[in-house]
Design a protein around this ligand. Sequence first.
Ligand code: TPP
Length: 401
Amino acid sequence: MNKKMWTKEELIKFENEIGDLYLDNKLPFLFHLSGGNEDQLIEIFKNIKEGDYVISNHRNHYHALLHGIPPEELKSKIIDGKSMFIYDRKRNFFVSAIIGATPAIAAGIAWALKRKNSKQKVWCFIGDGTEDNGHLSEAVRSVDGFDLPCTFIIESTNRSCEASNSDRWGKTAHIKWDSPSVIKYSYVCTYPHCRKNGKIDLSKTKIKKDEEYFPLLDEFIYPDFSELNNLNISYKEGITQAMTDLGKEGAIFIGYNVLYGDAMGTLKNINPSQKLETPVAENLMAGLAIGMSFEGFIPVLYYERHDFMTVAADAIINHIDKIERISHGEYKVPIIIRAVTADSGLFYSGITHSQDFTKMFKKCVSFPIIDPNNGIEILKAIKGARKSGRPMMLIERKSKY
Ligand SMILES: Cc1ncc(C[n+]2csc(CCOP(=O)(O)OP(=O)(O)O)c2C)c(N)n1
């Protein structure tokens, strides 16, 4: 792959043409133009090698071009309504237009690269909107704490939609980062927050369904695995056995209380080097799992109560569930989510510590959510998930342990 070297003038011209397509009624889609930071980006991209990961956001056109996505390819994706959804697996280009979502994913990729002794790096471009967000602090701390090969580049426009930093934060508008993995530069964006100034006529727009932009994934039906039918195994033994099998496959067990406590004993047979003990930061945990799965790891995410998973709702609903579909299969996330619910009444833990969100998650995601009754069903669920290469949520009920 020969990466084109872009000049400032060429970048500006590309983006102007995209803006003109909009004014010409050819882009009835939400899009965000890049402009004003050409010099800074041309300089930064001199350090970014082919093979490095570039993680971008809603304003991604310049990042995509500078990381080698051919302009005609990018333009055709934009015309197809995908401005916020540019993915390129061969060039390790990944995007999320959800503010705050990407730093944890970037940290996860960097964890994976470090474990593989890879020379590749991760470059995560974020606006000051993501700088506002606590998820960035979690990811920076994780990257700095474990010397992970990841740099966060804050592209500060002093504007999040139309609000300035002072509007949003008062006296703490301009924070400084004391971190070797954070670069921050300021610029004035040439364009409005989204689209380009000027009105267009939407009356002739052909309305398409979600499925036409992002086709549904083919359904994968789990095989029956009838060879397991005669096993004599309890619910908890089933979980422990399934985890042991995953451990033999090289899975990485991510969460808190996985190293100490062995996730209620169920990870007792797992090598400690396969346990990634995390801070109590549920979104970070999920982001680490997503990022590691991009590098071929099998992440097993351990959540000790459904109640706490709401903190990771974005990662589960917008990302783990949607990444394969939104990227047209370019990125896959075969993550196993262990979702424990403390539904046993005997050891009472209160109404924020014993909820069962199985139905809620079934409404929000399309991947299988399996609520097994016994050890055999647990083993079958895990085997099915591995065969599918897709995410799966295993509901674990403490009352059945
Ligand atoms: C979680 C979330 N909340 C709100 C939005 C809507 N939104 C999209 S871009 C944006 C502002 C982002 O500003 P900034 O990060 O500074 O980037 P800039 O647009 O200035 O490049 C907002 C609020 C979103 N995409 N995700």
